[in-house]
Design a protein around this ligand. Structure first.
Ligand SMILES: Cc1cc2nc3c(=O)[nH]c(=O)nc-3n(C[C@H](O)[C@H](O)[C@H](O)COP(=O)(O)OP(=O)(O)OC[C@H]3O[C@@H](n4cnc5c(N)ncnc54)[C@H](O)[C@@H]3O)c2cc1C
Length: 385
């Protein structure tokens, strides 16, 4: 574990890279709903998307704290790490549950930037948050699985070579517990598209490259099964702590960006003959936002330390995600308000970041579901569902 967990060198280097992709770059991508491929390539070339891959496979072999530092700095610069963050959190399933042969086959190419592992397919229209109700089915047929079904909100599928896919290998009504009978398959999208997989872009209020996936008898080699058949739900849950902590770090980066932009504007904008930042009506929401963000950052750091130490950290990961997403959303609102009418104009970038950070109240897990988890698992209250 690095001694200085704030990792100033990593942060400085990421910030320098991000400086080559200024506000105008992100504004144009947002307007055109275009994928920031150049930015993702630059991060890949610099090795930042391979920080979690062990050195023996060509990665940096660092811990989650380093991955958090990378993503936080990306957001802090005004960029949108959602274009590439999945490679970090999907990795956990492959690293922890992939076979030696699978790791050898994929990890060196991912680390070298020759393969993109950016798509993660869990959500379905009929299941929503209740993942055990997924119905996308994979039937074993000799050396292959044959997949049929539908996924929704699968981001970056058009910009990834591999998809980590959760499927049902045994229907829900044929297993003892609903969490049984699901499996994880690694789908090579380069072979799949046009041969049983159709990808349809899904327009949303933010530039997120999200899609719908339609599987119609897609054949995937059985050797692409991750871990054991039927145990996939556990593997996905395992990866979710990393995902929550990484997204929380992104939210901290967003919040700090909003606070900096709001502070700068409050110092410069003069109304009634004085800087608006002189008014406590402007100062106090800014100060409150800073306090809220620093407190959330402590929780993110705690969850991350526990994760890196191998401790059970589901509750802490959830709390970090909730607090950080609330801090970034409050900072976004404060920043928009501080900018008055100009906050709504595209050229200030506030409205873009406002839309982007709003997502984290809903995805990858909604605030309600986190509260429900804390209420039942930490406080011992009865389950409502
Ligand atoms: C831009 C974007 C990108 C995404 N990317 C991906 C991706 O790459 N891969 C992927 O698999 N998924 C992805 N998702 C899906 C995302 O994880 C889901 O949208 C999210 O988990 C919520 O599921 P849902 O939309 O079906 O909402 P629902 O489950 O239908 O919930 C709707 C609302 O009801 C609330 N609710 C539901 N049940 C309860 C309850 N028991 N108690 C209280 N409140 C409840 C929820 O909190 C939510 O606010 C993405 C979503 C978006 C919008």
């Amino acid at each position: 574990m690095p001694e200085n967990r704030s990792l100033p060198e990593v942060r400085d280097a990421v910030a320098r890279l991000c400086a080559d992709y200024p506000d105008t770059y992100w504004r144009d991508k947002d307007r055109d709903k275009a994928y920031p491929g150049e930015f993702v390539q630059a991060l890949t070339d610099a090795g930042y998307l391979a920080v979690l891959i062990p050195e023996e496979y060509g990665g940096a072999g660092l811990d989650l704290a380093a991955a958090c530092a990378v993503l936080e700095e990306i957001q802090r610069s005004g960029a949108n790490g959602a274009a590439c963050h999945a490679q970090m959190y999907i990795m956990a399933s492959l690293l922890r549950h992939g076979s030696a042969a699978q790791k050898q086959k994929y990890l060196p190419d991912i680390a070298a930037g020759a393969l993109r592992l950016q798509a993660f397919g869990v959500t379905e229209p009929g299941s929503g948050t209740d993942t055990t109700r997924i119905t996308t089915r994979a039937r074993r047929d000799g050396d292959e699985y044959v997949i049929s079904g539908q996924k929704v909100f699968i981001s970056r599928a058009e910009h990834s070579d591999l998809l980590l896919l959760l499927v049902r290998t045994t229907p829900r009504d044929e297993v003892d517990k609903p969490t049984q009978g699901m499996s994880v398959l690694l789908v090579d999208l380069r072979d799949a598209v046009g041969n049983g997989l159709t990808i349809r872009p899904l327009a949303t209020m933010l530039n997120h490259a999200t899609t719908e996936l339609y599987f119609d008898q897609l054949r995937v080699p059985a050797e692409n099964l991750i871990g054991e058949e039927g145990q996939g739900f556990g593997y996905i849950l395992d990866g979710m702590n990393a995902e929550r902590i990484l997204i929380a770090a992104e939210c901290i980066g967003d919040a700090r960006w909003f606070i900096e932009r709001a502070s700068n504007y409050a110092r410069e904008r003069e109304v009634f003959g004085a800087a608006i930042g002189k008014n406590q009506g402007i100062q106090f929401p800014l100060a409150r936002s800073h306090v809220q963000t620093e407190a959330a950052a402590l929780m993110v750091d705690k969850a991350c330390r526990m994760f890196d130490a191998g401790a059970v950290c589901g509750a802490q990961a959830n709390m970090a995600k909730l607090l950080a997403a609330d801090a970034s959303w409050a900072a976004a609102d404060m920043c928009l308000q501080t900018h008055g009418g100009y906050g709504f104009t595209v050229e200030y970038d506030i409205e873009r970041k406002f839309r982007e950070t709003r997502l984290y109240q809903v995805a990858p897990i909604s605030t309600n579901l986190i509260l429900s988890n804390i209420a039942t698992h930490v406080l011992g209250l009865p389950k409502s569902f």
